[in-house]
Design a protein around this ligand. Structure first.
Ligand SMILES: [Zn+2]
Length: 141
């Protein structure tokens, strides 16, 4: 698979899978968006590398240096705008061989934790996702 057939690369060009409310944050290395509303609870985000590569081992020094600060800002924004008790981060690259992180807030009222929480079939409403995206866009700069 190359960048022309990769779904995440095509998503970055706006050709498919346009995220709810559009991208939240973009810089030279990273793009952040809300997941499709069928794929997780409200506030489920993707942090995607702008460049096509498999995993953390292939980051440039600049990508590696900038990721920690971005993760901090994303986590701060989710803490401020959701009632997450914990925020999960998961990367498998099994669906697409392009570095992306699932960022999934677990709310206080959700009884399942860890892998049991991640295996729930949670969804959210498009209008709620778009409203949250607007808040996160202001918070993640
Ligand atoms: Zn790609």
């Amino acid at each position: 698979m190359n960048s022309e057939t990769c779904v995440i690369c095509r998503k970055h060009t706006g050709l498919e899978l346009v995220p709810p409310g559009g991208y939240i944050y973009e810089d030279g290395h990273w793009m952040v968006c809300h997941a499709d509303v069928k794929w997780g609870p409200l506030g489920t985000l993707f942090i995607e590398s702008r460049r096509h590569f498999l995993d953390y081992s292939e980051m440039t020094a600049e990508e590696a240096a900038s990721l920690g600060g971005l993760l901090k800002r994303v986590y701060e924004a989710l803490r401020e705008h959701t009632d997450a008790e914990r925020i999960y981060q998961l990367s498998t690259m099994e669906g697409q061989p392009h570095l992306h992180m699932w960022i999934v807030p677990r709310r206080r009222e959700v009884p399942e934790k860890g892998v049991k929480f991640l295996s729930r079939d949670d969804t959210c409403e498009e209008e709620d996702a778009v409203a949250l995206v607007e808040k996160l866009r202001q918070a993640i700069k």
